[in-house]
Write a protein of this length. Structure first.
Length: 343
């Protein structure tokens, strides 16, 4: 089965072609970082307009790279939500129009399901069941994954997601957009033990096994510190390192607790924060010590991309109850809980 995947949930236009037998054949990504940099964050209207400009040329490019024609496609998968409504509508409109014209299925994919399944793109892929840690700019969740469409929520953020906290902290110490990667780079030159930032909700974990997250208090601690001292270059680096260490400690502790609770020995880490080198180092060390396996997507597939949507669409096509259903209309879901997605 040959599936075209389209991702337009926020500020990156991703397209890919995935084959159920041969794997990922081609993918391409256009990032809007330069477009939004002057505004310090994503401007939804500009994001939507840029998706319109970029999407069809990327589709043609990826099909050419894959050595495939539009008529070879058996389905077109697209991100249906969650995300920016206007950006989602661009991808949904193109995907459904193309599918209708070709007489094939259009498959709406949950954005986080794409991230969750993205490690299956790798040669060393996890088997079901596993615990998934989804960490991105908008979501921080722990889930038990029994199979495609079988997701049990174990814990989620009560306020800021980890990636959101990274971006806001980066802004506090004078870094540009996107803040998360810039903070992680700055942290490489810092001393994580100079400042004692809180590890939110670890006390609740020890007392009651609570697997939820909260990063607003950590962000507030950074606000208080940055208001009371001068931020020379070394101090900025030390703040970045201490903040990163606090976030990573919480993510690792909660992930290990989720493995113990479920009795599973496989952990999948996905989403933009999953590319954080310090987080990966701590998880790898814990995996070696506690004898469990940890799986990551390639760095290029941690952020939003079309490959994960094409893969998820292909897996969805395999379990579809009907062979073909032509799109007669479509909708997007800017707010959509992954736990509501069923097989």
């Amino acid at each position: 089965m040959l599936v075209l995947g389209i991702e337009t949930s926020c500020d990156e236009t991703g397209v890919a072609v995935y084959d159920s037998g041969r794997g990922l054949l081609a993918h391409a990504l256009h990032s809007q970082v330069a477009l939004h940099d002057a505004y310090g964050g994503v401007v939804p209207e500009l994001a939507s307009r840029d998706h319109i400009r970029r999407l069809l040329p990327l589709v043609r490019e990826v099909l050419h790279k894959a050595g495939a024609k539009e008529s070879d496609l058996e389905a077109v998968a697209y991100t249906q939500g969650p995300g920016l409504a206007g950006a989602l509508l661009v991808g949904a409109a193109v995907a459904n129009s193309l599918a209708f014209g070709l007489g094939v299925r259009a498959i709406g994919v949950h954005h986080l399901e794409g991230h969750l399944l993205s490690p299956l793109l790798e040669k060393k892929a996890p088997s079901f069941p596993f615990v998934a840690l989804l960490v991105s700019g908008g979501h921080t969740q722990l889930m038990r994954v029994a199979g495609v469409g079988h997701y049990e929520m174990l814990g989620e953020t009560l306020d800021d997601a980890a990636g959101e906290a990274f971006d806001k902290t980066a802004k506090l110490i004078g870094l540009g957009y996107p803040g998360g990667p810039a903070l992680a780079k700055l942290a490489e030159r810092g001393r994580a033990d100079r400042f004692a930032f809180p590890r939110p909700m670890l006390e609740q974990l020890e007392k009651s096994g609570d697997l939820n997250f909260s990063f607003s208090g950590l962000k507030t601690a950074v606000v208080v510190l940055t208001r009371t001292r001068a931020l020379d270059e070394q101090t900025r680096s030390d703040v970045a390192a201490a903040f990163q260490e606090a976030v990573a400690d919480v993510l690792v502790a909660k992930s290990l607790a989720a493995l113990r609770r479920t009795g599973l020995s496989r952990l999948v880490v996905a989403g933009g924060v999953g590319a954080n080198v310090r987080l990966r180092a701590l998880l790898d060390a814990a995996a070696s010590r506690d004898k469990f396996s940890v799986f990551y997507p390639a760095m290029e597939f941690c952020t939003d991309n079309g490959a994960m949507i094409a893969l998820a669409g292909c897996l969805r096509l395999k379990i579809a109850k009907t062979a073909r259903a032509l799109p007669l209309g479509f909708t997007v879901r800017p707010r959509w809980a992954l736990a509501d997605v069923a097989a």
